[in-house]
Design a protein. Structure first.
Length: 101
């Protein structure tokens, strides 16, 4: 199910943030200039871990939203699917039935 949710998220979650990506790129360039090699390696490991955590939490959030929507759909289906046409027919037929009675 994990792979399926990941594929669904990839298909539907296509938000991009060019401004944020540019800010990250500038900050990385500044760090590359200002830090020594050991500091850069530590910072890159930290950023990799943070990115992995962000990707995982984003997927878990997507999965939770999907499960919530699925549960709501199942609940609505159990109650009978809503039909605007059926509601209109009932609204129109009710006064006619009362006149016949």
């Amino acid at each position: 199910m994990y792979d399926y949710m990941k594929a669904l998220q990839k298909r539907f979650d296509r938000q991009e943030y060019p401004e944020l990506a540019e800010q990250v790129e500038r900050a990385q360039e500044e760090l590359r200039r200002d830090m020594d090699a050991v500091g850069r390696r530590k910072m890159l490991r930290l950023l990799d871990a943070q990115n992995a955590l962000l990707a995982e939490s984003k997927l878990m959030s997507f999965t939770a939203g999907f499960k919530l929507a699925w549960g709501m759909a199942k609940e609505l289906e159990a109650d009978g699917l809503y039909s605007f046409e059926r509601e209109e027919e009932e609204h129109i037929c009710r006064p006619a039935e009362q006149v016949d009675a």
